[in-house]
Design a protein around this ligand. Structure first.
Ligand SMILES: Nc1ncnc2c1ncn2[C@@H]1O[C@H](COP(=O)(O)OP(=O)(O)OP(=O)(O)O)[C@@H](O)[C@H]1O
Ligand SMILES: O=P(O)(O)OC[C@H]1O[C@](O)(CO)[C@@H](O)[C@@H]1O
Ligand SMILES: [Mg+2]
Length: 341
């Protein structure tokens, strides 16, 4: 079999381990051949390919980013569409495609599969917001990076008796904030799922300060302050027309300072959370997902993606990835909030 592969949407640490896991399994166990498409759906529409053999995937598991490149190109726009994609697949003699991406990528993959293109998917999200899989690669790495950053913020905060605000990723869900905040012993964690008032935040910050601690506030970029209609954004729109989030930490810092009189500083971790070496956990998970994608191709599981359930890798339809977000349950937030302040 000849199989095309692409990575699409925002990158996540572990993408290269997925690619390596699939290519090594496919070429050494099943005599598959692989063709890489550059920059997501763009490469498929423009027939921009790269060789993807054993040599190309050598040692890449530990590399961040994706050797294939990625983009937010819509495969149905411009000169794209089902006919064009079938044409490119035929030109390259491809039997199937492995698409690695988030809900947007998988939504596009579903539309293409419904039109007869043979695709299997691998879910990707550093935010950990896909309900169809317990975890995806990248999340553990992002949490590790954010936790280390907060440990550092706490020592400088302690030195100056300041309140430190750390803003982390999480457009719709607060998993990165919850996990890194719990790991770093934050005095308040603010997530998109929970509207929180300035009164409540002030109380937590003041109470930690009164106990002689330098308060640490963790906020997800998608958090909406009580009284606001939507998450803070003053950075325009991304390529897909969505607000570019970020900046809530900078907004909260002066509000905290004004209400408490405690000198406050904000740090936005931003794309540092997505860059660099994936953790060992993410490398293993990503490798297993890549290997399972090959099993999905061999089983002609078109329109299905691989997913983690407990410790098993299972197959689920694309719809399952598109249905609902995996939000932080109320009880998980309440549990963490017991230790706030
Ligand atoms: N419902 C849809 N139907 C067809 N194409 C879609 C749909 N949703 C998204 N896409 C296309 O897929 C591309 C990738 O989606 P998106 O940018 O949301 O990345 P993603 O895979 O969801 O990853 P991320 O986690 O970074 O959002 C989009 O730029 C868009 O062109
Ligand atoms: O800057 P980019 O690449 O558009 O991605 C930013 C978005 O990607 C994510 O990291 C993952 O979806 C979100 O938390 C964030 O809003
Ligand atoms: Mg998306």
């Amino acid at each position: 079999m000849r199989i095309g592969m692409l990575t699409s949407g925002g990158d996540a640490p572990g993408l290269n381990a997925v690619i390596r896991g699939a290519v090594l399994t496919g070429t050494t166990v099943h005599e598959h051949e692989y063709v890489g498409f550059r920059d997501g759906w763009k490469g498929l529409v423009e027939n921009d390919t790269m060789t993807l053999g054993r040599h190309e995937v050598k040692g890449i598991s530990k590399q961040g980013g994706t050797i294939l490149g990625t983009s937010r190109t819509n495969p149905f726009e411009g000169r794209g569409g089902v006919d064009r994609i079938n044409e490119v697949m035929n030109e390259n003699g491809l039997d199937a495609l492995i698409a690695i991406g988030g809900e947007g990528t998988l939504a596009a993959a579903k539309r293409l599969t419904d039109a007869g293109v043979r695709i299997v998917g691998v879910p990707k999200t550093v935010d950990n917001d896909l309900d169809a899989t317990d975890y995806t690669f990248g999340f553990d790495t992002a949490v590790g990076i954010a936790t280390e950053a907060m440990d550092r913020l706490r020592t400088t905060g302690d030195a100056h008796n300041r309140c430190m605000v750390a803003e982390v990723m999480g457009r719709h869900v607060g998993w990165i904030a919850l996990h890194s905040g719990m790991a770093a012993g934050a005095h308040a964690i603010l997530i998109p799922e929970q509207r929180t008032s300035m009164d409540q935040l002030t109380e937590w910050v003041q109470s930690a300060y009164n106990r002689g601690r330098a308060p640490l506030v963790v906020v997800a970029e998608g958090f909406t302050l009580e009284g606001d209609d939507e998450p803070h954004n003053d950075r325009g729109l991304d390529a897909f027309g969505r607000p570019r989030l970020g900046g809530i930490g900078e907004r909260l810092a002066p509000l905290i300072e004004a209400r408490t009189g405690i000198e406050t500083r904000a740090t936005t971790l931003g794309h540092i959370q997505r860059g660099g070496t994936p953790s060992a956990y993410d490398r293993v998970l990503a490798t297993r997902l890549g290997m399972a994608a090959v099993r999905a191709v061999n089983g002609h599981r078109w329109g299905q993606m691989v997913a983690l359930r407990g410790t098993d890798i299972v197959f689920v339809p694309f719809e399952a990835a598109l249905g609902s977000l995996k939000t932080v349950p109320q009880e998980r937030y309440d549990e963490a909030a017991l230790l706030f302040g």
